[in-house]
Ligand binder design. Sequence first.
Ligand code: FAD
Length: 437
Amino acid sequence: MTVKVIGGGLAGAEAAYQLAKRGVTVELYEMRPVVPTPVHKGGGIAELVCSNSLKSVDPDTAQGVLKEELKLLDSAVVRAAYESRVPAGGALAVDRNLFSSAIESILKNTNRVTVIREEVTRIEDNSIIATGPLTSDGMGKAIAELVPERLYFYDAAAPIVTAASIDPDKSFFAARYGKGDADYLNCPLNDEEYGRFREELIKAEKVIAKDFEKGELFEGCMPIEELAARGRDAMRFGPLRPVGIFGADGKRAYAIVQLRKEDNYEHLYNLVGFQTNLKFPEQKRVFSMIPALKNAEFVRYGVMHRNTYVRSPGFLNADFSVKGRENLFFAGQITGVEGYLESAASGLIAGMSMAEKLSGRQGVVLPETTVIGGLQRYVSGYSGNFQPMHVSFMLLPQIEGIRDKSLRKRAYSERAIADLKKFIADTQTAGFSAPTA
Ligand SMILES: Cc1cc2nc3c(=O)[nH]c(=O)nc-3n(C[C@H](O)[C@H](O)[C@H](O)COP(=O)(O)OP(=O)(O)OC[C@H]3O[C@@H](n4cnc5c(N)ncnc54)[C@H](O)[C@@H]3O)c2cc1C
């Protein structure tokens, strides 16, 4: 049996690997570079479209637990991320080109995955649809026929500047509260500079959205100009937060723009939290008002884009298969999970579950106390206003009786990992291969 995985992004690549390692032959369809998306730059498998950060590795955060769970389940995406890691304090950030090559080589080494460069516009059984937030129009129509209800909303990508063009006298390396390595380059602004910058940001010319793109802004990926318009201090409580960062004089700035390394060679930096919908010349004009970026050379400007996802509750089972069509799966951002590793996690569950079902067994639903299990239940069963969702301890059965916040987080983390280890041990006979920690 050959399974078709449609979309060679984070979810599709992970699903293909999970199938292949269980002996299933996979055709992985990726339309790039033949058919481009508005945001991807090349044809690489699992290209990261925006930030190069896969977020925190702190084991007491939901993001840190997600990484541990993915490691225990032998995720190709997380393995590739560690192979291509670049320094970023407490975050797992990657060199995006090395990351993509590492995944391609993991898939190649399975000898069971064939990558086919073609746009797919039909939906068939024995497939996993992982076409992402920028699903092509043709596939979008096919999904609309299958699911009458689809949603659109905005997301945004941050600009990237060259390291050499940043003024070293007006920027400094430091970690917030001295935690982790000082990998972020901090660009301070005083009260007056901040006020002027904010005014121009609000006034600047924006790209006009097409009618079909008008929709809700996702709070976690809000354009900087929208945030600025919410109030004078909104940016200072958000990405320009100065607390815990001190310059060489030991003083705290009024506001700080943080830059994060884009590659291991430290040639490029992205403006953290600066997703934007400003026109390109306006980005140059306004962002150059940040003193350290006065002469900044922009190698990529921020962009706005459509983000497509399905209202999954009532449509998908917890193993990401379609209700009533047990061998047809959706995976990744299109299912309403949000984030690189959340997308990989859903691809992992879909790939594992498809392999299980092909062997006559049930799909995989992890314990509700794990962060991936929490996401599975959210996507398949949430009864409120369905919004794309990151992993969160809030999606898990709550732990009562521990008042101290950090101890409570530790308890969520320990419970999740212990329960996943037990689940893996208990289900090994049901087809799981040995996990690698
Ligand atoms: C501009 C932008 C910025 C983002 N920024 C971040 C961020 O900073 N951090 C974060 O965690 N998440 C971010 N996201 C969300 C991000 O897209 C997801 O986290 C992740 O990439 C989703 O993985 P995926 O596999 O579902 O989709 P993708 O990684 O997008 O992969 C889907 C793949 O399917 C291909 N495809 C589409 N249609 C077809 C078709 N019909 N036939 C064949 N192939 C097809 C596409 O070319 C693409 O390669 C951003 C998204 C966008 C669009």
